[in-house]
Design a protein around this ligand. Structure first.
Ligand SMILES: Cc1cc2nc3c(=O)[nH]c(=O)nc-3n(C[C@H](O)[C@H](O)[C@H](O)COP(=O)(O)OP(=O)(O)OC[C@H]3O[C@@H](n4cnc5c(N)ncnc54)[C@H](O)[C@@H]3O)c2cc1C
Length: 218
């Protein structure tokens, strides 16, 4: 059985990672929002976090704007292409001398092609060179991408520590999660678990302290 029939005869070899998953970040964010709102979590979009007070704990996850001078930005550019002439059922990665390039199928014949890795905090528009490299990768994967519509270009800056590893750190009542670099979606559940463990272990110690105090006073 051919795993990706549209790529039949185009490449001599490939590696299959059967457990590799992928998601559409926008759909994932909307679904997470709806789920949390249904659980009673309040969202205050556009709120000024510097004015936040009156909470036992704050979790700081503002990426590059956290003002942590250990962080650097790694610019990533991507394209969304639309073509009915290519069908893929999984992300396909291409070996490239500068970036690990990949094409991820989305719904409605759309394909995300990403992503560059440039040591820069600039959020300016996609550059001509990056556009050529991303389009070249898509075209090398399947020539029908040559006739695809470019329906979107996108730029983001990934927050990264010098070792490119994420950190969950505490500073008084603030828990800071940052440095998720290229893997924010992949690592979010593990980072959230670490932050939750910190919050609840702290709370357990507080409760034990309060209970001991009450016993002493009884
Ligand atoms: C092109 C591209 C492709 C990528 N592909 C993948 C991938 O395939 N898989 C993967 O796992 N990761 C991927 N990433 C990486 C992923 O996007 C990042 O790791 C992730 O976004 C980092 O999340 P973050 O929440 O720490 O920071 P950010 O995404 O930067 O989020 C910080 C948020 O804080 C908000 N904020 C800042 N200041 C304030 C303030 N004062 N008050 C309130 N809010 C504030 C910002 O508006 C922003 O929404 C990709 C990134 C790029 C650019």
């Amino acid at each position: 059985m051919l795993l990706e029939p549209d790529l039949a005869g185009r490449f001599r070899r490939g590696l299959l990672f059967p457990d590799e998953a992928h998601l559409d970040p926008r759909q994932a964010m909307a679904a997470l929002h709806d789920r949390l709102a249904a659980m009673g979590v309040e969202f205050h979009f556009g709120a000024d976090v510097s004015a936040v007070s009156g909470f036992d704990r704050q979790i700081e996850c503002t990426g590059m704007t956290a003002g942590d001078d250990r962080l650097r930005g790694v610019r990533g550019e991507m394209l969304i292409l639309n073509t009915p002439d290519v069908s893929l059922s999984r992300p396909v990665r291409l070996l490239h001398p500068r970036f690990p390039l990949y094409t991820v199928p989305r719904t409605d014949h759309r394909f995300m092609v990403g992503a560059t890795m440039i040591e820069s905090q600039s959020v300016g528009p996609v550059t001509a060179r990056s556009m050529m490299e991303l389009l070249g990768a898509a075209y090398a994967l399947h020539p029908a991408f040559g006739d695809a519509e470019i329906v979107e270009t996108g730029v983001g800056v990934r927050p990264a520590f010098p070792d490119n590893l994420p950190r969950v750190e505490t500073n008084g009542e603030i828990i800071a999660i940052n440095g998720l670099y290229r893997h924010g979606f992949l690592l979010a559940p593990a980072m959230a678990r670490q932050a939750a463990d910190l919050v609840f272990s702290h709370r357990t110690k507080e409760l034990a302290h309060e209970t001991n105090g009450q016993r002493r006073n009884a």
